[in-house]
Design a binder for this molecule. Structure first.
Ligand SMILES: Cc1cc2nc3c(=O)[nH]c(=O)nc-3n(C[C@H](O)[C@H](O)[C@H](O)COP(=O)(O)OP(=O)(O)OC[C@H]3O[C@@H](n4cnc5c(N)ncnc54)[C@H](O)[C@@H]3O)c2cc1C
Length: 497
């Protein structure tokens, strides 16, 4: 059977692409190598704990009053997700700067707190808010293909090619306030002097105006819900279907599975990165490999320790939703420390603060994460892999205990460790990098949107973290929608010609 579209991978980007195409009555087949949909947005059980692998803060879903794009698109398919608002409740610590602060409350409390720390924050921060709104509106206009930006969006033009650091300095934010804001976004994977201001501003807009939410249910429930609706709309998903090759035959694209089965379509949509596809699925294409594979800088990969603790978060004194420890408050300086195997950057999440029922009564889930800039894990051998994982997990737990004076070791009931190799193997990301290529310099979202048509490989599109809008479930979901809208437009244009 021939399909209109074949999608490789049922991660959030692939599911979103499939939903839009099936909704538009296209013959869609999704091929997924694993047994469940969702890719990184999945859940695993250990003892009495159910751990969500990745999604803790969902941006751009919004609420009934501040509806986000993901909520709006899902509504089209008659889908809704049950969510809980995430409070601003973050503890940030920096070793070099002797800085240890909790940023909490509503945005106004936040700004007051920043003012206490660095005078001049209130007025400059307030000036920044309309610029964030303008940039958000300019991006919407750009996605709709509008032109004429100079008149309607002067700040968008002014800051288009500036780094976040340059732009925030230009807007007169006190340097330390800039660094604190950089802290909040460092997990995107780029220091402020490299991260494009438009990408920074859009992320901040969503954070402040749409507010992040958490899922009331587990990660896997979201993925299963999207997959179920895709099938109700007539799309097909074949699980345990590992794609090993994409080739051209008689004006069709042919997708070959590891077991030799093949499927045909006019267009292939990949929910995996360009790097992976060009290196592994398109055979003998050295020109593409040279042009594409090495042209982008991958963002961070991470090492995660999932802990099930046998005490309530109140008894453990885990009062904050997120904890960050950095070596240095300056993201540019901090990122350099993340080239080393052992460093002091920690990010921790306590899902129970938002959702009491994230784990059984009187227990807590604590997720500890550290990030790596580059392929720091390349020297780990098969022989020392398990020992290294264990040593690093212990070091991370001790570092967290010392940083925040919170005892956790004696309360650990369940532990699961995921290295960059774990992520690489489970979803086929390059070097375990789950955040896609960094959005910086020549490769920010604007350049990606503007060059989408002229740089694309014929009949091969990409959705997900390494697509146009960068990582994060909201961006992966949106990319699936945006790219398929473009493909549907192209189809109807060709029909009209
Ligand atoms: C620890 C952690 C915490 C995170 N926290 C958050 C958060 O709080 N908020 C947030 O928004 N984001 C978060 N993220 C990022 C987010 O999870 C990802 O950006 C997003 O899920 C990526 O989605 P994707 O569409 O790119 O697909 P992926 O999840 O990468 O899925 C790709 C799919 O393709 C399949 N596949 C790959 N190769 C093949 C093949 N050859 N044949 C068939 N199928 C194949 C894979 O099995 C997988 O199902 C986090 C990530 C991690 C690791």
């Amino acid at each position: 059977m021939n399909y209109d579209y074949i999608i490789i991978g049922a991660g959030i980007g692939g599911l979103s692409a499939g939903l839009n195409l099936a909704f538009n009555h296209k013959k869609v087949l999704v091929l997924e190598k694993n047994s469940l949909p969702g890719g990184l947005v999945t859940t695993f059980k250990r003892g009495r704990f159910e751990f969500d692998a990745s999604l803790y803060d969902l941006m751009d879903y919004g609420s009934d009053t501040h509806i986000g794009s993901m909520k709006r698109i899902l509504k089209k398919y008659n889908l809704e997700i049950e969510t809980l608002p995430i409070p601003y409740n973050i503890r940030i610590k920096s070793i070099d700067n002797h800085f240890d602060e909790v940023i909490k409350g509503q945005i106004d409390d936040w700004i007051l707190h920043l003012e206490e720390l660095n005078s001049g924050s209130i007025s400059t921060f307030r000036n920044l808010l309309p610029i964030l709104k303008e940039i958000h509106e300019a991006l919407l206009a750009l996605k709709k293909g509008k032109k004429n930006f100079e008149k309607d969006f002067p700040n968008f033009i002014k800051y288009l090619d500036k780094s976040a650091y340059e732009a925030l300095l230009d807007l007169n934010l006190p340097t330390n306030t800039i660094h604190i804001l950089g802290y909040l976004w460092i997990e995107i994977g780029s220091p402020l002097n490299k991260l494009n201001f438009i990408d920074f501003a859009e992320c901040m807009y969503k954070y402040i105006f749409k507010r992040p939410v958490a899922l009331l249910n587990k990660n896997v429930d979201l993925s299963l819900k999207l997959a179920k609706r895709l099938e109700e709309l007539g799309g097909k998903i074949y699980y345990r279907s590992y794609v090993s090759e994409i080739k051209d035959e008689d004006n069709d694209k042919v997708v070959v599975l590891k077991d030799g089965t093949s499927y045909r379509a006019k267009e292939i949509i990949c929910n995996v990165s360009e790097n992976y596809v060009i290196k592994n699925l398109i055979k003998n294409n050295y020109i593409l490999l040279n042009q594409k594979e090495n042209a982008r800088t991958l963002s961070m990969n991470c090492f995660v320790v999932y802990l099930g603790l046998n005490q309530s978060y109140q008894d453990l004194k885990l009062y904050n939703y997120r904890y960050y420890q950095f070596q240095n408050i300056n993201s540019m300086a901090n990122i350099k420390t993340m080239n080393h195997f052992y460093h002091h950057t920690i990010e921790a999440i306590v899902p129970n603060i938002v959702n009491e029922s994230a784990s059984p009564k009187n227990t807590t889930i604590l997720i500890l994460k550290t990030l790596y800039n580059g392929d720091v894990w390349k020297n780990i051998t098969k022989e020392n892999y398990y020992k290294t994982k264990e040593l690093l997990a212990n070091a991370l737990i001790e570092e967290f205990e010392q940083a925040f004076h919170i005892d956790i070791k004696e309360y650990i009931e369940e532990i699961e460790i995921a290295s960059p190799f774990t992520f690489a193997r489970s979803v086929n990301t390059v070097n375990g990098c789950q955040f896609g290529p960094m959005r910086l310099g020549y490769d920010n979202s604007i350049h990606r949107i503007l060059s989408y048509e002229c740089e694309s490989i014929p009949n091969l599109s990409f959705v997900g973290a390494s697509s146009l809008f960068g990582s994060g479930v909201d961006n992966s979901f949106y990319s699936g929608y945006y790219i398929t809208e473009k493909l549907l437009e192209k189809e109807s244009r060709l029909k009209d010609e």
